[in-house]
Write a protein that binds this ligand. Sequence first.
Ligand SMILES: Cc1cc2nc3c(=O)[nH]c(=O)nc-3n(C[C@H](O)[C@H](O)[C@H](O)COP(=O)(O)OP(=O)(O)OC[C@H]3O[C@@H](n4cnc5c(N)ncnc54)[C@H](O)[C@@H]3O)c2cc1C
Length: 248
Amino acid sequence: MRVLLLKHTEEPEATVAAAARLCYSASDVETLLKKLSKEKIRTLVRDLIKRGHHSAVEHASFTFVVEGISRACTHQLVRHRIASYSQQSQRYVSMESKKQGGQFPYIIPETVKESGLEEWFAEKMRTVQIWYDELCAKLETSLKIKGEDVYQDARYILPNAAATRIMFTMNARELLHFFTLRCCNRAQWEIRKMAIEMLKSVKKIAPSLFEDAGPACLRGHCPEGEFSCGKADEMRMFFKEIEKNLGG
Ligand SMILES: Cc1cc2nc3c(=O)[nH]c(=O)nc-3n(C[C@H](O)[C@H](O)[C@H](O)COP(=O)(O)OP(=O)(O)OC[C@H]3O[C@@H](n4cnc5c(N)ncnc54)[C@H](O)[C@@H]3O)c2cc1C
């Protein structure tokens, strides 16, 4: 998995602070920004988030590219509606062995590896590759179609394990919500791993915006009730360690 923070709003914390100050000031935005020291900006942002005044936080956006994740993972990701997505197409990009250097890329879950089933899993993927190639060839010859007309239906035989790449943009408000749900121990391992990598990268850029970001248990008690992992203390330690390693 490769998680890349490709672009973000220039000076995201200052942008959010300016939005917040503008609401209550007679000054123009340039004057407001001149008056705001780095320390003042961070205090203002922390205060906004603490008080739940999250609309100003929407002015800061972050664009990620994630590669080497499964379709199972991106299916969960795109359920988050307050975001923009562009994903590699299985309609236009052929997964044929001749185009993919032998085998379409796929993700093997850790449990499969830990169970010693890695080779068994790889063999199944090789079989799916054969089926996909066969289906492409049969559709081409029997219907005299090619390109996306073939791939758009041949993909029906591909598994959730098939690897993909996706670019997406979320504003900081949606990111805070996303981190609450997806950094939680209850989230599925792959999207959780991705969310934690995303969290690390935005914390470096905008520490005050994402200071308390992460699962709900970092900020109070776990809302999961009977489904709680029961490891709130462990989680707090885990995210504190991340903060420490980032120099926070
Ligand atoms: C542990 C876990 C297990 C899950 N299991 C399942 C499952 O079994 N089946 C399943 O289908 N999904 C499942 N999901 C997905 C989940 O139901 C949500 O679709 C997903 O987490 C997106 O979150 P969201 O809807 O809060 O937020 P987003 O889409 O990210 O939106 C952010 C917020 O905007 C507001 N909002 C967005 N759209 C609307 C709207 N149309 N109307 C009103 N308010 C809106 C809401 O306040 C929402 O919380 C699971 C998620 C998690 C974290």
